[in-house]
Design a protein around this ligand. Structure first.
Ligand code: ADQ
Length: 844
């Protein structure tokens, strides 16, 4: 096969394309071939592009001797051309590998992704092992990239991660390559189904997992349904912007493309095997064979199938002595109890049915428990009348395709489960629901008695499709999808930069033209980009102007909740008549000038004084400095040179500890906060109650935006009662926010959307362009229902347009309009709200 890849490829899979074993006689290590679609398709690309393969060799750290032997000179398998220098073996302690492979991959992801959550175990220590092993794979992959970059300095290697074993490696590979200044392309392909959001959300660390996969540039699944499930999960769990039509997901400022890439088989190879293989199974020409070929796995539906066969014999006794079921089952995961039990169940069931129906010259079921050669398998396929491929759930299923390829003589019939990926494209197969035993038996009967012309017609179509779409076609499609195919210039799909219109998807159903709105905003990293020194963190003038205009709109309340002191944040924002909450809400300056200060324990004040002195005298060196606030301090070490940082950090940590003050990590800074249960979340709720009363949630649409850990307190507190945005560029972050935004520019865009929305409150569509991108309600962090529309409170000087004045429908509060209004009316008075009687309120 000529591969035509523009890039050398690093394949990363759980296993190498062969197993390394010790020869019992010679004691030498040797390769044992594993045949399979992946190996047949991918190994030649690695050989041809002089690429590398990273994977487990079958040996553990304790086994010693990890050299990879060269291929046997007589080896003519697809991996024979793969030199040992092209193989990077993953060697791990047995226990760690077992926790990752059996504990997490097979006990959690395998059942969960096959939509069998009752069988899935969720164990944090196994998940931890999974992450660690993925990290190890990532490290070795980067070594492979370095190797390739040395030999091919002018090309960008293509890293191709395979399957559910390696969903957490991409971000680490990307980070490490970035640090080394190495460019790569990275793709992921999942060989099993990707479940629906309803199933996926059961996994306790689903957000991390999705973000792990999104570390790649391109993600492939067998069929479109799995792609859409994945996109749905990204949207609902992570709050990503997505485009279902183009199959794009935006995360962390990158666009990830999603592709349906149905895997297939080396078609011609199976045809030629079938043409040559001697007859092995049929007793006589009249005998009809039903064939099942599977790994012995609970997803493959073997028990359901054998039960249906029993029903067939019972309902259609004419098949007795004329039809035999041949089931070939490859032992799989034999050390796992569940699989041992499945084998016992199947043994018993087959024994019972054979006991019930056998005659002196005939037994209904022949059962081979073991691996058979591909030559033998091809003969089984060719000589069977019906292939019964009826998994309960299967990513694709290659057996269906192999059977079709081997129909070189009298055409047989394919029975296929709609729950296999293959069921979506092999339309001429007889589809059968494996759970419906009676119907299953009837379809078996229909297949066994199907007239030749119908069989010919169906099989012709099936074979034509599989011949066209064989494994090479799959590989070329993959290379095309990552723009690595020679002579194929593909412009990668991109989501357009975030625009005002996009916020209609996030907010339109929650913020109505008539809504009363509370805007709660953090300052640093939300309104102003993070700067090396707090004094340099300036809010763009445009943001200031939009905020100012919003603050003067009727029924809009703006509050800034910051970690800075209240005076400081007020001076940075510089807008009169809004609420300022400083020190994470410990001090709140209301628009009417009243001030709330949360009381702090005296003992803490004494300890804080002591800590301040120590930090000031001994730790404020090399650029470290202390920011003082009324109820806390922040020790900044951002400007400390890298080589001095750990010394300064340790010194400060020890001082916090010595004074018995809890250290809170902030952006390159340590904070001391009063040891009371008060945070941005409590402060946000307090603010909303103070401004709007106890039932604020029923009457006010609330938007919160913040960028750091302290803002998460507010996001959690407001969950279900506000739309919250987390500003983040982290590729892997757990957040309680409803949606993520990439930067402060996106916050400005959001504010502009809000302004436009509220400035055009008349009942008319304002011509917002509809886009393909969509943002539906999301699961854990789903946005709240909109509050019931308030009776509009009209400020005495507000210029609210009357609903009957169509010429004002599109009025937007521009700078000009705003200044005109201000000059005419002076500053609109704030509504003075009587403070609620809360036990923590004190006014100074
Ligand atoms: P599997 O679950 O292994 O693969 P499948 O696609 O059916 O399922 O592939 C099985 C392979 O094993 C076939 O190539 C078959 O010939 C071979 N085989 C089965 N029984 C055998 C026997 N007794 N002796 C020798 N060989 C035997 C996973 C996913 C699938 C997806 C593939 C490829 O679960 O849904 O189709 O990966 O992506």
């Amino acid at each position: 096969m000529v591969v035509n890849s523009t890039s050398p490829m690093v394949v990363v899979a759980n296993r190498l394309p062969f197993i390394v074993q010790k020869n019992a006689e010679t004691g030498q290590l040797e390769r044992k071939q594993c045949a399979g679609g992946l190996v047949t398709a991918v190994a030649p690309v690695v050989v041809e592009t002089n690429g590398l393969w990273v994977g487990w060799s079958g040996r553990h750290l304790e086994d010693g001797d990890h050299d990879i032997p060269e291929a046997n000179p007589k080896d003519n398998s697809p991996t024979a051309g793969l030199k040992s220098r092209q193989v990077i073996p993953v060697v791990l302690p047995k226990k760690q590998f077992d926790d990752y492979y059996n504990g997490c991959c097979n006990a959690t992801f395998w059942p969960l992704f096959h939509s069998m959550p009752d069988r899935a175990l969720f164990q944090s220590e196994k998940w931890e092992a999974y992450r660690q092993v993925n990290e190890h794979f990532a490290k070795l992959t980067v070594e492979a990239v370095v190797k390739l970059s040395e030999t091919n300095p002018n090309s960008v290697p293509l890293v191709w991660l395979h399957d559910y074993h390696l969903m957490m490696a991409a971000n680490s590979i990307r980070d490490r390559c970035d640090k080394l200044g190495l460019s790569i392309k990275m793709a992921f392909f999942l060989h099993i189904p990707f479940p629906s959001w309803d199933i996926m959300r059961l996994f306790p660390w689903d957000d991390e997992l999705l973000q792990g996969i999104l570390g790649c540039d391109s993600v492939g699944f067998h069929v479109e349904d799995y792609c859409l499930n994945f996109i749905d999960c990204c949207q609902r769990r992570l709050g990503c912007r997505v485009d279902r039509e183009q199959m794009l997901v935006e995360h962390n400022g990158r666009t990830v493309s999603v592709h349906p890439l149905p895997i297939s088989i080396p078609y011609d190879r199976f045809v030629s095997l079938a043409e040559k293989a001697p007859q092995v199974v049929k007793n006589n020409e009249q005998e009809q064979l039903l064939l099942g070929v599977d790994r012995l796995d609970y997803t493959k539906g073997l028990v359901h199938r054998i039960r249906a066969f029993e029903t067939l014999l019972q309902k259609h006794p004419e098949h007795i002595e004329h039809v035999t079921f041949l089931q070939v089952a490859v032992p799989s995961r034999t050390d796992v109890k569940e699989y041992q039990e499945l084998k016992e169940d199947l043994d018993q069931l087959i024994g019972r049915i054979n006991g019930r129906f056998s005659t002196p010259n005939w037994s209904p079921i022949r059962y081979i428990y073991g691996c058979v050669s591909q030559e033998q398998l091809a003969a089984f396929y060719r000589d069977s009348s019906v292939a019964v491929v009826t998994p309960l759930r299967d990513g694709m299923n290659l057996v269906a395709k192999e059977f079709v390829a081997c129909q070189v003589g009298e055409p047989g019939v394919l029975m296929l489960s709609p729950f296999a990926g293959a069921g979506t494209s092999m339309h001429e197969a007889l589809l059968v629901n494996p759970y419906e035993t009676d119907e299953f038996a009837e379809v078996m009967h229909r297949a066994l008695t199907m007239p030749k012309d119908e069989r010919e017609l169906r099989m012709k179509q099936l074979r034509h499709r599989e011949r066209e779409h064989d494994v090479n076609y799959w590989l070329q499609s993959f290379l095309k999808s990552v723009d690595c195919l020679v002579d194929n210039n593909l412009t990668p799909g991109r989501l357009l930069p975030l625009r005002e219109e996009d916020f209609s998807q996030f907010l339109a159903s929650y913020v109505k033209e008539s809504s009363r709105l509370a805007l709660l905003l953090d300052y640093d990293g939300t309104l102003a980009p993070i700067a090396p020194h707090p004094d340099l963190a300036r809010m763009p003038e445009e943001t200031r102007r939009v905020l100012e205009r919003l603050s003067h709109m009727p029924d809009v309340n703006v509050a800034i909740i910051s970690g800075r002191s209240v005076e400081n944040v007020k001076s940075m924002i510089g807008i009169e008549g809004i609420t300022y909450a400083g020190c994470h809400g410990f001090e709140i300056l209301h628009p009417d000038g009243t001030m709330f200060i949360h009381p702090v324990p005296h003992e803490y004040e004494v300890q804080l004084e002591q800590l301040k002195k120590q930090l000031q005298n001994d730790a404020c060196n090399h650029g470290a400095w202390l920011e003082q606030k009324s109820s806390g301090i922040t020790f900044h070490y951002r400007e400390v040179p890298k080589d001095k940082q750990s010394e300064i950090m340790t010194l400060a940590q020890n001082m916090f500890q010595a004074n018995d003050i809890k250290l809170h990590q902030s952006h390159m800074a340590y904070e001391a906060r009063p040891p009371v249960t008060w945070d941005k979340g409590r402060a946000a709720i307090y603010l909303l109650r103070t401004l709007f009363g106890l039932d604020w949630c029923d009457r006010v649409s609330t938007i919160f935006a913040g960028d750091d850990k302290t803002d998460e307190d507010a996001m959690r507190a407001l969950q279900g009662m506000a739309v919250t945005f987390r500003i983040t560029t982290s590729p892997n972050l757990r957040t309680a926010a409803t949606y993520r935004l990439p930067n402060t520019d996106a916050v400005l865009t959001m504010l502009k959307w809000v302004e436009k929305r509220l400035s055009s409150r008349l009942p008319v569509t304002n011509g917002l362009r509809s886009r393909k991108t969509s943002m539906s309600s999301i699961g854990n962090n789903s946005p709240p229902h909109p509050p019931s529309s308030p009776t509009r409170r009209s400020r005495s000087n507000s210029q609210s347009p009357s609903p009957t004045e169509p010429n004002k429908q599109m009025m937007v509060m521009t700078d000009q309009v705003y200044h005109q209004l201000i000059s005419r009316k002076n500053s609109p008075p704030r509504i003075s709200v009587s403070p609620l009687n809360t036990p923590t309120r004190s006014t100074v």
